[in-house]
Design a protein around this ligand. Structure first.
Ligand code: FES
Length: 213
């Protein structure tokens, strides 16, 4: 297993536009990273790039800055471009800042047939933003996404929170969508609890125990 370097100098040949922010893993991150890397054969630590990107996104504000991707690259002894290639391919990674509540509306076939257009319209009317935009108060970002694997309960959306939590909200209609937004605006946990699906939509991509076979 490679040594986990904490905020050491960039050692790869890529010279992206970094902000100079001094990002570093904390002790808990370091322990998590060691567990994640240990899940792969010796010499294959690069396989942990996706969970490390999730960890970086969760730790550093809900998105992946160049500095955050550089830190992942350093940690895995990878060229920066290898990390960027992965981060820019998967839509669950945000390469620019997003709001506290990231509303990701599925507009793929099943959801489209079941009325995802109306869900988008309800959000746009409530928040006065369109796809790819963030509200002025930084609370909400709206994104259209491809199938999230919940076609049986279409139309649906995923709410990704700044702390990394994710929730599916399914069988949507305009009224339920507006109720969701109001609950999020008011941080009304009781109302949210009645709207979001449980258990969480997907395994936690960071916590190693969730991957135990
Ligand atoms: S098409 Fe929307 S979840 Fe599959």
């Amino acid at each position: 297993m490679p040594t986990i370097r904490i905020n050491s100098a960039q050692s790869t040949g890529q010279t992206p536009k970094a902000t100079g922010a001094k990002l570093a893993w904390n002790k808990a991150d370091t322990a998590t990273i060691a567990e994640l890397i240990a899940r792969y054969p010796a010499g294959q630590s690069r396989s942990a790039v996706i969970p490390l990107l999730h960890l970086a996104q969760r730790r550093f504000g809900g998105w992946l800055s160049v500095d955050a991707m550089q830190l992942v690259a350093e940690t895995l002894d990878l060229p920066y471009i290898r990390v960027y290639e992965v981060a820019s391919f998967y839509t669950m990674f945000n390469l620019k800042p997003v709001g506290q509540h990231h509303l990701q509306v599925c507009t793929n076939c099943s959801c489209l047939i079941r009325g995802s257009d109306g869900i988008l319209k309800a959000i746009e009317e409530e928040l006065h933003i369109t796809g790819g935009q963030t509200t002025k108060d930084g609370k909400f970002t709206l994104t259209e996404v491809e199938c999230l694997g919940a076609c049986v309960a279409a139309p649906m959306l995923q709410v990704s929170e700044a702390d990394g939590a994710m929730h599916y909200v399914t069988n949507l209609d305009a009224a339920k969508t507006r109720a969701l937004i109001r609950a999020l605006q008011k941080d009304d946990d009781a109302a949210l609890g009645k709207l979001v699906d449980t258990p969480p939509a997907a395994p936690d991509p960071i916590t190693p125990t969730k991957y135990a076979g």
